[in-house]
Design a protein around this ligand. Structure first.
Ligand code: FE2
Length: 254
């Protein structure tokens, strides 16, 4: 590939520094995830001054995309101690600073921390990959052209609930990293508290509660589910599902 300098303006997708990229086939309405080291930018610039002008809705969507990167990388089947450290740090930062960046885009401390968190999450998922949140979100993005971060934010709690029994201890650690008090709770109950915190954060940032209110149709669920399992991000989800399982996750998120 020709040398590529990527200058990031959101916090963020991580695409300025990862081997992940997306091509949308508009005729088939399919977003194809391409994962190859050759599409990694040669050089990337992250400057939070370039993020100060993001409107609140874009701040929320891209910020929750970062949180999704960190959580999916942390529970991925390809996670390593190194990606864990990066992912957990990002999970700690997002709930503290994303609401601040959302209510006041000129809060440069919040913008800086979100820029840092999205970079950590980017390196984490570049190495540990992602899971069903992204695999399904890509289908909603391709089929209906919905914003990527919004799709992730809607799906994240439902996929976490599905994955819970495969990574109970890890979801309990996520709850703690999110700032929840889990003293005296079992791992399972702590994990549920973490998922509730994720739902609350999305609600606070005015993310739609489901895909129906965005116009998605129940009759499209079988196609969305089938294509999600073919997405490159599905391979590292910690719980392997069949088309029916994925369809049930989508139904719950409608
Ligand atoms: Fe993403």
């Amino acid at each position: 590939m020709a040398p590529l300098i990527a200058i990031n303006t959101t916090a963020g997708t991580g695409s300025e520094m990862t081997k992940f990229t997306i091509i949308t086939d508009t005729s088939r309405k399919v977003k194809m995830a391409i994962v190859d080291k050759h599409v990694t930018p040669t050089f990337s610039i992250n400057d939070s001054n370039l993020m100060a002008g993001m409107p609140p809705a874009l701040t929320a969507a891209t910020g929750l995309d970062s949180l999704t990167h960190a959580i999916e990388a942390y529970v991925s089947t390809a996670a390593t101690p190194m990606t864990d450290a990066l992912a957990l740090e990002a999970i700690k930062i997002v709930p503290k600073y994303l609401p601040k960046a959302y209510v006041n885009g000129k809060d440069m401390e919040a913008r800086n921390y979100m820029m840092y968190a999205q970079s950590l999450a980017g390196v984490a998922f570049n190495n540990a990959s992602l899971g069903y949140v992204h695999a399904i979100a890509h289908q909603f993005g391709g089929f209906y052209n919905y914003p990527h971060g919004v799709c992730n934010a809607i799906l994240l709690p439902y996929v976490c609930k599905y994955n819970l029994i495969a990574r109970t201890e890890r979801f309990a650690t996520i709850a703690k990293a999110l700032g929840e008090n889990v003293d005296g709770l079992s791992d399972y109950d702590a994990a549920l508290k973490g998922i509730a915190a994720i739902e609350r954060l999305a609600k606070d940032l005015n993310i739609p509660s489901g895909f129906k209110e965005m116009g998605a149709k129940e009759e499209d669920i079988p196609t969305l589910a089938e294509n999600a399992l073919k997405d490159a991000c599905a391979a590292t989800n910690p719980r392997k599902g069949r088309v029916d399982d994925v369809a049930n996750i989508i139904k719950a998120a409608m």
